[in-house]
Design a binder for this molecule. Structure first.
Ligand code: FPP
Length: 254
């Protein structure tokens, strides 16, 4: 049963500002129905549309979806090809609707490995929606958390080599500024569907204080009620960021 929390929570105070999702279980959803795995990805794209719309309508500031990890290239070639085609057709088919809904689209990851046409559509979609002020939808594609930290390190090393930074300038705050999403709030809530309980090289740097929520629901079945349930669990958690429960309670009453 889903909990309808949208009506009674104050979005700014109780809802996660930034939700990150590992959309797992597409393949199993299809296999359970004796369908090719790729049918699960197609159904998964429909779940993406439902969840983006819900986040957009309910004032979530940022939604980051793990669409393709740097390790997903290891899948059978035909499955990778279908996924690439699906990204392109979804982008083509949805961009107008996303723009009209005031959604700002961003991609993180090493996009250089994608076909030129996909890279062009990504760049155009980002450009077209750059000034939108509603939901920021981040698609992590050919993304890996270790890649992200490594690219930050490489760029910082270049700055040190050029004399624009000193080794002593390298603090956690500085490293943060060179990682992806540094201009956005860190994820408050990570949802992983599909029953596995792991991070799988997602936003390793950014998830230091993220609340984790795992569900057995397979991604193509994931709906707005499931999202509401996850948000209700999030709202019931006490986040302490290294402080004690007493300190948090005192600050709340101050
Ligand atoms: C993981 O399920 C899912 C993926 C690697 C692909 C996610 C892609 C989509 C949901 C398609 C549409 C996305 C966008 C952003 C348009 P899995 O295949 O590992 O499932 P399994 O664990 O059951 O095999």
């Amino acid at each position: 049963m889903s909990v309808d929390i949208w009506d009674w929570l104050t979005p700014q105070e109780q809802l996660p500002q930034h939700i990150a999702i590992v959309m797992d279980g597409n393949g199993r959803w299809a296999q359970q129905r004796s369908l090719p795995r790729t049918m699960g990805h197609r159904e998964g794209a429909k779940a993406v549309r439902r969840i983006v719309q819900a986040c957009s309508e309910h004032g979530i500031a940022v939604l980051t979806l793990f669409a393709f990890s740097s390790e997903n290239w290891r899948r059978p070639q035909w499955e990778v090809e279908v996924l690439m085609r699906l990204f392109l057709t979804t982008l083509r088919g949805e961009i107008r609707r996303l723009d009209a809904a005031n959604v700002r689209l961003r991609f993180i990851g090493d996009r250089g490995a994608f076909s030129e046409i996909l890279q062009d559509h990504i760049a155009q979609a980002e450009q077209r929606t750059a000034a939108n002020t509603g939901l920021t939808l981040v698609i992590a594609a050919n993304y890996g958390g270790r890649w992200d930290i490594a690219q930050a390190g490489r760029r910082i090393a270049d700055e040190v080599k050029a004399g624009r930074l000193q080794p002593g300038d390298v603090t956690t705050d500085l490293v943060h500024r060179y990682t992806c999403l540094s201009d956005l709030p860190e994820p408050d809530l990570l949802i992983r569907t599909g029953g596995e309980q792991r991070i799988s090289n997602f936003l390793l740097w950014q998830m230091a204080y993220t609340e984790l929520y795992f569900t057995d629901c397979l991604w193509p079945d994931y709906d707005v009620g499931d999202l509401e349930s996850a948000c209700a669990v999030f709202a019931s958690r006490q986040r302490r960021f290294g402080q004690t429960a007493d300190q948090i309670a005192r600050n709340a009453h101050a």
